[in-house]
Design a protein around this ligand. Structure first.
Ligand code: DAH
Length: 350
């Protein structure tokens, strides 16, 4: 049998003992063990409380009050120690931070090779005094065809397999509409380039339904074929290599007269037509030349559509495929690489 005095003594000694145990607890786990031992459902406090019914009715209330006070005191001690250990844990984790440990490098993105080439080409022409203009990818028949001297039923429309939105609205098949849009807005002298996406109904190893072009044109008094030659030769030397040879081959486009295609000496075999091992160069097919763009003197029919006086003004225009230039510049053999977004490929341009 426990007397009231015994139980009260035991209760009070709980506080002292709990302090001793807490002093020794050095981890949150040890602290938890101590809490269970003293304050748990089968712990020391509970076991003393279970003796209360043994007391006389008169002694019980006082002892009950004491038990509650002790319980509060134990809980306070427990909270205080918890706070202390948590702070310590945080400080320890900071102390174990090794500032000499090499960091994890963040993944840094890079420009897509097509974007890079567009930027490079634009930079060259900006230096030559050209403005950069842009226009809609969804284009009307008028800008994409008619104003460029491709009237309805013109056989040259068959040159391009077009994606039609409706009878009179197309996904632009080239950037040439920007000639018309810009000339309608400005009076000569005007020199501009227009980079952007174009769309054709074409998809195989060497064609994708979407690709990029850059259109360029210049209109002023006394512009002639020599200006065109000089400008495009300077451009080819800048974008590829000052050593490349440039040649102009007669060609046909409805919006230029005369028209030409421009070839450069093959960048893979240096114009020899032979690969290093003596086999046929696969890029130029042994010819030593690769085509890079189409160009010509702007047809007076186009000037008529934009109200430029063909007696007063002349101009040249050109259009080039960005992916094609990028493939030649970086020696990329497969067009599809540009659109697969394989990081192993893209990272090489970082
Ligand atoms: N628009 C032509 C095409 O997509 C390229 C072109 C050729 C543009 C000659 C021109 C040019 O401005 O003069 O095939």
């Amino acid at each position: 049998m426990n007397s009231s005095a015994d139980l009260s003594k035991n209760l009070k000694s709980l506080i002292q003992n709990f302090k001793i145990v807490l002093d020794q607890a050095s981890s949150l786990q040890e602290l938890e063990d101590a809490r269970v031992d003293f304050l748990g459902r089968k712990g020391r406090l509970a076991s003393i409380m279970s003796c209360l019914p043994e007391l006389s009715k008169d002694d019980r209330p006082a002892l009950g009050r004491l038990a509650n006070e002790v319980k509060d005191a134990l809980n306070d001690l427990y909270s205080e120690k918890t706070r202390f250990l948590e702070e310590q844990k945080q400080q320890l984790s900071m102390a174990s931070f090794d500032p000499t440990f090499p960091g994890r490098a963040p993944d840094v993105g890079s420009l897509h090779p097509v974007t890079k080439v567009i930027n490079d080409i634009c930079a060259i022409f900006i230096r030559l005094g050209f403005d950069v203009v842009t226009g809609p990818e969804v284009e009307t028949d008028f800008y994409n065809f008619e104003a460029l001297n491709l009237p309805p039923g013109h056989p040259a429309r068959d040159m391009q397999d077009t994606l039609y939105i409706s009878e009179n609205v197309v996904l632009r098949t080239h950037t040439s509409p920007l000639q018309v849009r810009t000339m309608l807005k400005r009076k000569p002298p005007v020199a501009a380039i227009a980079p952007g996406k174009v769309y054709r109904r074409d998809s195989d190893l060497t064609h994708t339904p979407m690709f990029h072009q850059i259109e360029g044109f210049l209109v002023d008094t006394d512009v002639n074929m020599a200006d065109l030659r000089g400008t495009l030769t300077a451009f080819a030397h800048e974008i590829f290599d000052p050593g490349v040879k440039v040649r102009f081959r007669p060609s046909f486009f409805p919006f230029t007269e005369p028209s030409a295609e421009v070839d450069i000496s093959c960048v893979m075999c240096n114009g020899s037509g032979k690969a290093k091992d003596g086999s046929t160069c696969r890029i130029c097919k042994e010819t030593g030349w690769v085509e890079i763009l189409g160009c010509g003197m702007i047809d007076p029919e186009v000037f008529a559509k934009v109200d430029y006086d063909p007696e007063r003004y002349t101009g040249f225009a050109f259009g080039l495929g960005v992916e094609r230039v990028a493939m030649l510049k970086y020696g990329i053999g497969d067009l599809r690489m540009f659109f697969e977004n394989d990081l192993r490929f893209l990272k090489q341009f970082a």
